[in-house]
Design a binder for this molecule. Structure first.
Ligand code: BTN
Length: 261
């Protein structure tokens, strides 16, 4: 199936059993789908408004990193959710989104798919997908959240330095996947999980996050400091054990597997 608005609407309809009423914008090329979705959110677009691009010229990740976004191959997806959360409660949503993306891709490949704190999906210690959750605040309240997801679907050759650290569904043995179905499954899954997270908190996802944690028990480096990952706490922080035996709950930072350094 082609990667068109019609195909995505049809796939969403199949999953939900009802017509998708929010806008869906499919662009041949854009700067960043997350910038586009933020503009839609500012204009008052309903929850479920989706922007998908075949290519991005300014795809971005956390901490200003760029996201490799060649045409015709992958999913570059951003959509609007409007959860009943305070701005301070949004951060762990990244892990919840990660779990949904993990579940969607895990049904399509044989290898284990893991969530790497805070926002990556890993297969065989390589990055398959990245997640960018950005809240828009009005006054003291959360007006909207744009969930941005980059999923490597068909890319088989990555430019350096990504060639050493990235993978795709095609490279993991699923060469011919329909991007519209992936988009629909991810959007519906994330919207349901976001609603549950807003009502019940992170605790209901904790066991599954632990089950699929890419880092737990492994030697890592956080901001260049070697330590051992000891899981994720009740509010979504990464627990680490330092070489002197002390533990720390990390709120943000660049995390690498130590073997990589
Ligand atoms: C990361 O790994 O740091 C997150 C990467 C998120 C990339 C996606 S691609 C779709 C959306 N548009 C962007 O500009 N970024 C996100």
């Amino acid at each position: 199936m082609s990667f068109t608005e019609t195909a995505i609407r049809a796939a969403l309809g199949l999953r939900t059993g009802a017509p998708w009423t929010a806008p869906i914008e499919v662009r041949a090329e854009t700067g960043s789908t997350s910038d586009d979705a933020k503009a839609l959110a500012r204009e008052g677009a309903a929850e479920g408004a989706i922007v998908v691009a075949d290519a991005q010229t300014k795809g971005r990740g956390r901490s200003g990193a760029s996201w490799h976004s060649p045409p015709g191959e992958n999913v570059y997806l951003s959509f609007v959710v409007r959860p009943a959360l305070s701005p301070a409660a949004v951060a762990p949503l990244t892990l919840v989104v990660g779990l949904v993306v993990r579940d969607v891709v895990a049904t399509r490949i044989g290898a284990p798919v893991r969530v790497k704190w805070p926002n990556d999906i890993f297969v065989s210690d390589r990055k398959l997908a990245g997640i960018l959750v950005e809240g828009q605040v009005r006054g003291d309240a959360l007006a909207s959240v744009v969930v941005g997801i980059g999923l490597n679907v068909k890319t088989t050759v990555f430019p350096p330095p990504l060639d050493a650290i990235a993978t795709s569904l095609a490279r993991e043995g699923a060469p011919d996947l329909d991007r519209a179905s992936l988009v629909a499954e991810i959007v519906v899954g994330v919207m349901q999980a976001t609603d549950r997270f807003a009502r019940e908190g992170l605790a209901v996802f904790a066991d599954r996050i632990a089950e699929h944690d890419a880092l737990r028990g492994r030697e890592i480096a956080v901001g260049g400091v070697r330590c051992v990952a000891r899981g994720i706490d009740a509010v979504g922080r990464l627990l680490v054990e330092h070489t002197d035996g002390s533990t720390e709950a990390v709120v943000s930072g660049h995390v690498e597997l130590a073997e990589r350094r």
